[in-house]
Design a protein around this ligand. Sequence first.
Ligand SMILES: Cc1cc2nc3c(=O)[nH]c(=O)nc-3n(C[C@H](O)[C@H](O)[C@H](O)COP(=O)(O)OP(=O)(O)OC[C@H]3O[C@@H](n4cnc5c(N)ncnc54)[C@H](O)[C@@H]3O)c2cc1C
Length: 401
Amino acid sequence: MKEVVILGAGYAGLRALKELQRHRTDCHVTLIDKHDYHYEATDLHEVATGMQHRSRISYDINDVVDRERTTFVQETVDKVDCENQKVICTNGKEVTYDYLIVALGFESETFGTPGVDEYALSMTNVDDAEKIYHHICEQMQLYKQTQDEDFLKIVVCGAGFTGVELMGALVEAKPEYAKIADVNPAQIEIYCVEASTRLLPMFNEKLASYGIDHLKEWGVKLYTGMRVKEIKPNLVMYRAGDDDPMKEISARTIIWTTGVRGSKVIAASGFSEKRGRVMVKDDLSAPDHDNVYIVGDVAAVMDTSTQRPYPTTAQISLKMGHHAAKNIIRQIAGQSTEPFSFKSLGSVASIGNTHAFGLVGTTPIKGYPASFVKKAIMDKSLLETGGVKETMSKGRFDFYH
Ligand SMILES: Cc1cc2nc3c(=O)[nH]c(=O)nc-3n(C[C@H](O)[C@H](O)[C@H](O)COP(=O)(O)OP(=O)(O)OC[C@H]3O[C@@H](n4cnc5c(N)ncnc54)[C@H](O)[C@@H]3O)c2cc1C
């Protein structure tokens, strides 16, 4: 019986698992993740702001494991040894495979900016997100004791998709924070420093402006065309160009959302990579290794229409996980693999629980209808990894406001 090992129980890994379990192929699957739960990474900003408890965006991996066909192993992966077909975990444990799916997801990208690791909060997993929420609550309590306004300031570094969704949720959570600090919500200041002047390039300018203008109307102080040069304790240092004077914002909460890279396991395993991502072959297998598939945020797949890699998203991760599993099933049956193709269904960014904007296919949507669609998208992805049970218990059904 062939041994298939899946690394990572995120969108790509669990979608692959679901397909392998559904298909009666003669194989055993070992799923490895450092956590014993799956989390919906697209909803991390909601935990970071306190809009949702972590239990609402995560579920037990064993809930989706068919124990007759799959073994779940909770371990941290250090590297893959492709020559010897084995995975090496932090505690020295080794797991051998016939086929491997690497779906280890994303990490925060600091671009080498000094002080980020030490003095800024990142939002790359549920523990991080929960830490941000507790940190904000603590700063609000400290304001009450000290009356130092820096405790009421929150700086988001980066206004990409994640930063924008985070700011929308922060605005919505202001009344809750204000209660803790015993202030008016307007006294809580949200700042954002962003290097680009053209925000959210995945949307046309009109649509991007809709979201950005809402954040500004809601009081977010957005500094675009400004590069964060360094984070110091309670201080964000930034400037427009190298010849421009350095500016600073002092704040007790600094959140880093400038971008993501693929897992460090990719480089540690010797794959040819750029920012933790491998340019995979058209069937999603790794160059030089037909039995190793690299999917989700650790993979770069070329969009032939733009000659640029597709943006890394949950949507494409789910499709890649499914496709990699299908190709392994074909290989086990002695058939040739099939090339991966992808057509984006669009994407929708939330700004708080009742506002959103984005594209469904190529059609722009905004406001309440977009918020409705966003929740339906979240439910669909939950259904694709967790099935009906998880969707019924963790899905978003608060469509009407
Ligand atoms: C706030 C936010 C909002 C987003 N919104 C959207 C959106 O609206 N739409 C969209 O399509 N995408 C969105 N994204 C992007 C999306 O979340 C990612 O593209 C997606 O999570 C990638 O899926 P994945 O399966 O590759 O990895 P992940 O979801 O990151 O899963 C990786 C898994 O690997 C495990 N793991 C990692 N390292 C190790 C290790 N060394 N050993 C063992 N296990 C390990 C982790 O525990 C995790 O379970 C958003 C991201 C964020 C942060």
